[in-house]
Design a protein around this ligand. Sequence first.
Ligand SMILES: [Zn+2]
Length: 338
Amino acid sequence: MLRIVLGFVVFAIILDAVHPGLFLSIEGKIGLCLIVLSILAWEMYSFWYFHNDKFLKLKSGIEDHAIDCNNLNRHIEQLKRTRLDINSYDYGLSDRYDTSRYNFKRNEWARTKRDDKIHHCSASVCKAANDQPFKYLCKYFDIDVSEETLSHLENALNNYLAAYQGKVLLEQERDRLMQSLTDPLPSLFYKLSKNRLAKELGFEPVRLVDINFQTYKFQYVSSGGNSSYEVSIMLNMENLEKFIKYLGDKIRFKNSAKGQRALMTPLLREKIKKRDKNTCQQCGVSVGDEPNLLIEIDHIIPISKGGTTTEDNLQALCWRCNRTKGAALSQAKISACE
Ligand SMILES: [Zn+2]
């Protein structure tokens, strides 16, 4: 904020130097100079304060907590990167040329991209996909209506929900730690520039960029290449939850034994947390001990090893234990491949 004010003031001084007397009186110039000097003095004081022994002592006092917050931050970033790889086919390579003798422009054709998440189709398929997105998503993007797809989507939704919840809890925990510093100066910095104080205390910045949700598109381009139409289906959290219910119903309809299980919905997540009293079933830490603790839902026997989403195979784990378990599983996977 202060830097923006400084930038604006410097800009005003330069403008006045180029066009003298355009809008600044002599009193105005003195006022602006005083503002610049005050900001520079504040910046110099801040630099001195953040390198002062007293502040460095405060910083080392919460160092372990800051490291813990940074680890949670990285864990959230990993959860956000969960991909929906439910139809990753390699359709091969080809080249396209317009070999017509006339100089047709086919503007819309030139704009279309080749992508395995875009299906080029007739206008009527586009319209039908708009009416019944999930039905057409499965049909035209070769998405298997199977337990495997369902588990994969449930896992992705579970990770996205944990990422969202984790971000809120992480920010609350950072604020709690910063406010717990008894020295009055950090409180002043907290009010003036929270992000700067967080940075000086060793907290890594929390990225505000959202999850890049998978989007599937149906695209119609007229044969003349002059008009086009597009239906876009974004599998954000709301739509993903609906898609999971849709696939769950289809699988139940097929009467598969596994299809009779409960779906991993936000409701079930909350039920398991309540059943396990918001306590990590591995290390025993609870929300009572750490108010901003991120509790995740874990499959005791992982889905990759034949586990299912049944209540007796689900447990509440703190993010630290879940992260360690996830890392151990991927390490075991790498060792098995070697
Ligand atoms: Zn734990």
